[in-house]
Design a protein. Structure first.
Length: 217
């Protein structure tokens, strides 16, 4: 496993369910974390609720002061938010967790993205960053549940830079119960993001918080 000691993680949109869940798990594993928000006061309040040394800041400050940046904003805010962070992400690893999904009376469904996927859109907007797609299928509810010591799921990790994907797999593996699995180049993120619609449908039918497991690896 890649050593992630000393790696500081900034979570953009960190006050949302997934962001604060990841922040808690990483902080408990000893990873320095700062959560970002458009409203720095809201970020400070959420950081205080999480504890474990988590700090709060505006999105730009959280990005600038971190080694690895995690994007957890809603799809509707993805392009605008990512574009604003470009000056602070150069030569950094950026983890994109965003799922482009729509919802109607028939349930969740994947949305078409001009670049192919949210992760590819992020790479197009951040040409000097190393974008990695990951954490699409981990339940935010389970991440945030303080009663759970582990979150049992595999995490598909996709990217075009080996060092970047290895680093992200290391950050996955420090969270008890999670296992990072390299799943191909960034161009393959489309179907990974879309699969989240199926998991949401499963969760609604079976009242669960389903994840995925890869066998024979």
């Amino acid at each position: 496993m890649t050593d992630v000691g000393g790696v500081r993680v900034g979570i953009v949109g960190g006050t949302g369910p997934q962001g604060r869940g990841l922040a808690r798990r990483w902080a408990e594993a000893g990873v320095p974390v700062v959560i970002g928000s458009r409203d720095p006061n809201r970020a400070d309040d959420m950081a205080a609720q999480i504890g474990a040394g988590v700090a709060g800041a505006a999105n730009e400050s959280a990005t600038e002061g971190s080694d690895v940046v995690v994007i957890t904003v809603p799809w509707q805010a993805h392009a605008t938010t990512v574009r604003q962070l470009e000056p602070y992400t150069r030569d950094k690893v950026v983890i994109d967790c965003v799922n482009p999904l729509g919802f109607d009376e028939r349930g969740p469904h994947p949305l078409a993205v001009a670049e192919g996927s949210a992760a590819q859109q992020a790479q197009a907007l951040l040409p000097q960053a190393h974008v990695v797609a990951a954490f699409h299928h981990v339940s935010a509810v389970l991440l945030a549940d303080v009663r759970l010591d582990t979150v049992d799921s595999d995490v598909l990790v996709l990217g075009d830079d080996r060092a970047a994907t290895d680093l992200v797999i290391g950050l996955v593996d420090v969270i008890p119960g999670l296992r990072g699995i390299y799943a191909g180049r960034l161009r393959n993120a489309t179907q990974v993001e879309a699969l989240t619609a199926n998991l949401i449908a499963i969760n609604r039918r079976y009242k669960s918080h389903a994840g995925i497991r890869i066998t024979d690896v």
